[in-house]
Design a protein around this ligand. Sequence first.
Ligand code: XUL
Ligand code: MN
Length: 346
Amino acid sequence: MPEKHRYKFCFGPWNISEGQDPYGPPVRPPRAFEWKLAQLKKLGFDAMMFHDDDAVPDLDSKSESQIRKETKELRKKLDGEGIAAEMVAPRLWFAPQTVDGAYTSNDAKHRQYAIKRSLRSIDIANILGTDILVLWLAREGSYIRESKNARRCVDYLVNAFDKMLTHDKNIRLAIEPKPNEPMDHAYLPTIGHALAVAQLTRDPKRVGCLIESAHAILAGLDPADEIDFAMAFYKLWSLHLNDQNGLKFDQDKPFGSNNLRAAFNQVRALERNGYGQRGEYVCFDVHPFRTTKVEHWLAHLDNSRRTFLKLVEKARSFNEMKAQQLIADRNYQDLDQMVIEHLMGK
Ligand code: XUL
Ligand code: MN
């Protein structure tokens, strides 16, 4: 077991969400960023994640100097609270220019928009003091396969990543794969795809990944195996823990809410690879249920962390010696039961 360490935790302002879905309006009132930051602090989390326009609202309508000024003000606010910025992610799925994709749009002007906005996000990351740019490639894929040339789209993605790597010699790109939603099929649906495309860029060692539990489950994969795979390459630079009940819309349930054993295995994978020991954060990309009342608005965040910490204890108190004996005897039947009873607290 690697040296025991304290994990650092984070979430994003979008994780205190208002409950809107495609079928109904918000059910909780919008709250200002300052309120969300105060809640994060009150809960004792260490850092916040930012989309570029979480950091600077309406940034497309602002000048470069205005964006810089507002980002510096945010940095001051965060420093004042002792809260770090974990990452910045360009929100490339809201603007009219990204209706048909961002880096892989069929329209060259729109591809340029996406790249320019990403470079601006890197500048924001620099001011906020993080070297991680998260790329959730929301609209890089197709609804209608014949509408795009998937081979050319790989070149477009590599070209965009190369521009970012050139723009800043220290920035690290953490690709967050998701196989579907909003697209029918995404071009980089898994960690294997993300790490493969990294090899085509001008500086592969600065292109890594972020694993989100729900996204791996949507790809039909086990998030724990995705963690071990990414960490074999030393390329797991961020993490969105949550849960997902099978192949349906992206649910972002509290960590461990659907499958406690799968959550236990994710924690075991993190522990055995020493996740967090190079400064990485454990982030919860979780949302409150739509039914959640205002007075219970932060429970999904606190509960996810509680579950995580309990599972760290479970991972550290798992009888590895006994497990190894059962493995040596190929007695996976009893190994299976041993895990179940360990989780049940027998
Ligand atoms: C989308 C998702 C995003 C990213 C950040 O499914 O997970 O919130 O994590 O852009
Ligand atoms: Mn996420």
